[in-house]
Write a protein that binds this ligand. Structure first.
Ligand SMILES: [Zn+2]
Ligand SMILES: [Zn+2]
Ligand SMILES: [Zn+2]
Length: 976
């Protein structure tokens, strides 16, 4: 380092220069692989499971991702957040078992498998789907491990595990036993491409373009006579408006608003009827002048009929107060088999629910006109339009863009279709109301996410739990082949659950209806028949995963009910959060979790949500390959999860800079501890130099903030506080200040050991506090500084409890009566017993804050001299300083403590300012006031010669023994 130009003597070997093998840049691929292998070899999870056994448990219940396809950035983001929670809770001393889960039943898997393997029997399909799901579970598990996530990967819960399937049935049995489940013929939202009914939660509204048509429904002659006898013999028609022409063949009524004014008008040669209130709107829409011929009250048409287009069938006119006078014509085409409101109206008016539609959205053979049979309704749209037009019943055709319900999985437009479905009655035992109330008892992160769950639960008016698929938990009901009445009893379900626990859901395929009828003595409640068929519907997968609290947590000696936390993406308010809350409230009467963390979606730099169709998807594995796992994890911590998680190359590079900062800070600490053994060489806290005690204090505050942030799951705070601490408090302050002592002082002397003691605490605390996030790097760092003492993975260790370290330090100071001074008199108040630790801490912080104000003022003054060219390096400075007034009163106790440790105040300040000389003057004559009240500062060039070893300037005339211009300090170090 230092070399004297004249004598060419190197003192490099006499300095304690930093040394470490810890690599400056991680080869992240090697590091990731090495740690993964080590964790696997030593079975880290098994050890983590028993770590802190007997302590309070913390249960994060993993929501099961769908076992279909590789993990994407959103899934990775979710698992890493969960890993932050569990690792930090474990390092706080709790026992933290984590069982990961996978959702394995349901449509997407079944669709993929049947596309690849057409014509499988139901049993073959179930077995193939199992294989398929297991394949993805295995692949995803390896990918999750690659993220550094530590969970019980060897023993996950899969919703297709036989025991889990049996538990799902047991849960259904509980609902059936409490009379929650009913079977109703109902017009339900139906996805023709997924071939299943959909729950409200599975429907998305998005805009689409549809035809907007006005169709004539000719009124029977007797009715024409009633409302306008002069038009007798003419064709007078109700004018109906619709955007779904394919539903016209399913028309079974036209609905009018009761006791309302309607008009007969003429357009070209047609006489048409619309509500008076809508006449202008209709005229605008069809672009024609409408001449009013006469007015009548809709009640005059009670009991009347109109002719349905396409067939010559007469259908009734019915009435409903809900008919809108804001839209259409107020003559509403009603098709009860394909509209939910029409369905309810039909039931009330005793009208046929006509739904000749197949599961894949085609007209059945029952359809009229017959030539539509077999045609998909999407094509039927145009076929029907053509027919109606040829018949002369189409008054006008336009188009409309409007919000239309779509399937949330396949994004196709829905139809409505009447089928028999199973429902979970949300009003039974006030389940919905109780669940909404229970939301108040759950802690939400962020708070406002409670509103999303509340809205989801409140807006749900029923839960259709049946799906017309094969691969899933069966609804084990028996259906009477004579009268279609269903038999579903808890006793039967429990018996099926027994069989399923052994053989899985294929048991339901294998067992015969007769066997069950005999074993359970079943007789039809409708007709007394004993001939039954097995129900073929399966349970909604949201029911499967929704009861995971019952299947996995409840009565599990390893885990516990309720969970401490559920943590998933925002869309789960309508999904898993909701189904879990509803089922737990019904089964247990308490919510299944104490806290719910909700995070945003992953988005690209423009803020667009990542999606395959947009093509902006980033694979987590690509980020790992480019930056390393810990940079990906650090990125997760940098994201405010209350908003969407934006990822871009620039963001990742910024995070990489922070990663390197932390890594280099740790490396600097390591490199100065190469000859330090904490057990052998540490100085007692009370003997530490004042600036080292101060560093311990900031370390304590840093540690407290980080641990608070972990406790609140505020990982962004951890990220920012960590960045700040490494740059501001360590690099540009403490580590800069103590460099001189670490390098120059006698290697085993107190001055250096004092700094090393604190450096060790900083390294240890920093490494442990970052371990939940920088999981691989922290493990690697701890390998170096815990070399001989490392008995277990850093993830099994606890956060350092610095409170005790700090309190010991402060307590000794208190005994020395040097802590608290009366600011007015400057006299010690140490003897006053009533000062508690907290007050002492406040005083301590005030004093040091003031001292750092002084430091900033001095550094500014040095900077000015440097700008003028008077000095080049701060070590060339001599600082003249004078204190008075309140500033001196505040600093006095701190100065006395420093001196009480045997350190000269000028030496202390010299180190603090990183200068060669400090003179504290008795008068401020010749000094300029600094930027700080109470301090006057002047900077001069340091006197004497530059020591070739420590580069400090020394004015003292050396004695004969001092060779090569060494300063006294260096001379005495070398002499020994
Ligand atoms: Zn669909
Ligand atoms: Zn029957
Ligand atoms: Zn020196």
């Amino acid at each position: 380092m230092a070399q004297d130009n004249d004598k060419k003597i190197s003192f490099k070997d006499t300095l304690n220069l930093p040394k470490t093998d810890f690599p400056i840049r991680a080869s992240h691929k090697e590091l990731d692989l090495e740690m993964l292998k080590r964790w696997a070899d030593e079975d880290l999870y098994a050890k983590a499971f028993v770590a802190h056994k007997g302590n309070k448990k913390y249960i994060l219940h993993d929501g099961p991702p769908y076992a279909n396809g590789p993990i994407h950035l959103g899934t990775a983001y979710n698992k890493i957040l969960k890993d932050f929670v569990t690792k930090s809770q474990r390092m706080s001393g709790k026992q933290v078992p984590v069982t990961p889960g996978w959702d394995c039943h349901g449509l997407p898997i079944e669709r993929n498998v049947s596309n690849e393997n057409p014509n499988l029997s139901p049993k073959e399909l179930i077995l193939k789907c199992r294989e398929y799901a297991q394949g993805w579970v295995d692949k995803q598990r390896e990918q999750f491990k690659q993220l550094g996530v530590v969970m019980n990967w060897a023993h996950p819960y899969l919703t297709m595990d036989h025991w889990y399937e049996a538990k799902t049935l047991k849960a259904l049995g509980i609902f059936v036993g409490k009379d929650y489940i009913e079977r109703k013929f109902k017009t339900v939202p139906w996805c023709a491409s997924c071939q299943t009914s959909l729950a409200a939660a599975e429907i998305e509204h998005k805009e689409r373009k549809d035809p907007s048509i006005y169709v004539l429904f000719p009124l029977e002659e007797a009715a024409v006579e009633k409302i306008n006898p002069s038009l007798q013999g003419k064709m007078v028609s109700l004018l109906a408006w619709t955007t779904t022409p394919w539903t016209l063949p399913l028309n079974r009524a036209v609905v009018l608003k009761p006791n309302s004014e309607y008009v007969i008008t003429q357009v070209d040669s047609n006489y048409i009827i619309v509500a008076k209130a809508l006449i202008e709107k209709v005229a605008r829409d069809i672009g024609k002048e409408l001449t009013i011929i006469s007015l009548f009250n809709s009640d005059q048409l009670v009991g009347a009929h109109v002719e349905q287009p396409l067939t010559d069938k007469m259908v009734p006119i019915i009435f409903d107060k809900g008919v809108s006078l804001a839209d259409g014509t107020a003559c509403v085409h009603s098709a009860p088999g394909c509209g939910p409101e029409d369905y309810e109206l039909a039931i009330r008016n005793n009208i046929e629910v006509y739904s000749p539609l197949t599961a894949d959205g085609k007209y059945t053979d029952e359809i009229e006109p017959k030539d539509l049979a077999g045609m998909a309704v999407t094509d039927g749209q145009w076929a029907v339009l053509k027919k109606v037009s040829e018949q002369g019943r189409l008054l006008h055709k336009g188009s409309i863009r409007h919000p239309y319900p779509h399937c949330w999985r396949c994004r196709n437009g829905l139809i409505f279709r009447a089928t028999k479905q199973w429902f979970l009655d949300l009003h039974k035992e006030s389940l919905q109301e109780k669940s909404v109330k229970a939301i108040e008892r759950v802690e939400f992160l962020p708070k406002q996410s409670a509103n999303h769950l509340r809205a989801a639960v409140e807006s749900r008016f029923e839960w259709c739990i049946s799906r017309q698929r094969v691969c899933g938990v069966p609804i084990p009901a028996l259906i009477c082949t004579k009268c279609d009445v269903a038999y579903l009893e808890k006793k039967l379900i429990d018996a099926i659950a027994e069989g399923v626990s052994e053989k899985g859901i294929v048991y339901w395929q294998d067992v015969s209806a007769d066997e069950l009828v005999q074993a359970h003595n079943v007789r039809c409640a409708g007709c007394g028949s004993t001939e039954f068929r097995k129900e073929t519907d399966i349970l909604d997968v949201w029911f499967d995963s929704g009861v995971s609290h019952f299947a996995v947590l409840k009565d599990n000696p390893v885990l516990a009910y309720p969970a401490d936390m559920y943590a998933e993406g925002r869309d789960q308010a309508r999904g898993w959060f909701q189904s879990s809350l509803l089922t737990s409230m019904a089964i247990e009467g308490t919510p299944c979790t104490k806290a719910i963390l909700t995070h945003g979606y992953t988005a690209d730099e423009t803020g667009a949500k990542m999606s395959k169709s947009v093509g902006n998807v980033v694979a987590p594995i690509d980020i790992i390959n480019q930056f390393g796992t810990d940079v990906l994890r650090l990125w997760v911590s940098s994201i405010d999860y209350t908003d969407d998680a934006v990822v871009s190359d620039v963001l990742l590079r910024n995070v990489q800079v922070v990663y390197r900062k932390v890594r280099n800070t740790s490396r600097f600490l390591l490199s100065n501890l190469y000859d330090f053994d904490i057990d052998r060489d540490a100085l007692p806290f009370e003997k530490l130099y004042s600036i080292d005690q101060y560093a311990l204090r900031t370390l304590f505050l840093f540690s407290r903030d980080i641990r608070d942030a972990y406790e609140r799951s505020d990982f962004t705070e951890v990220f920012h506080r960590l960045t700040d601490y490494c740059t501001k408090e360590l690099s540009s302050l403490y580590l800069d200040v103590v460099k001189d002592r670490l390098y120059v002082e006698k290697s085993s002397g107190d001055k250096r050991r004092s700094a090393q003691t604190v450096c060790w605490y900083i390294l240890d605390t920093l490494t442990k506090l970052t371990a939940p996030i920088l999981s691989f790097t922290a493990e690697q760092i701890s390998d170096y500084y815990q070399k001989s003492g490392k008995e277990e993975s850093i993830h099994l260790q606890k956060f350092t409890d610095l409170l005790n370290v700090w309190r010991v330090t402060i307590d000794r100071s208190k005994q020395e009566d040097l802590f608290i001074f009366d600011h007015a008199s400057g006299l010690p108040l140490g003897a006053r017993k009533e000062f508690d630790v907290q007050q002492i801490e406040v005083q301590w912080d005030v004093q040091w804050d003031k001292l750092f104000d002084v430091r900033n003022a001095v550094l500014k003054a040095i900077e000015l001299q440097r700008e003028k060219g008077i000095i080049k390096h701060s070590l060339e400075s001599r600082v003249l300083i004078f204190f008075d007034g309140d500033l001196l009163k505040i600093l006095q106790p701190l100065f006395k403590r420093i001196e009480a440790k045997g350190q000269r105040l000028p030496d202390f300040l010299r180190e603090l300012f990183i200068v060669s000389q400090v003179d504290i003057l008795d008068s401020k004559e010749s000094l300029e006031p600094s930027l700080l009240d109470g301090a006057c500062v002047a900077i001069e060039r340091a006197q004497g010669k530059k020591c070739p070893r420590c580069w400090q300037f020394n004015p003292v005339q050396h004695d004969a023994g001092h060779k090569h211009d060494l300063c006294d300090r260096c001379y005495s170090v070398i002499k020994e």
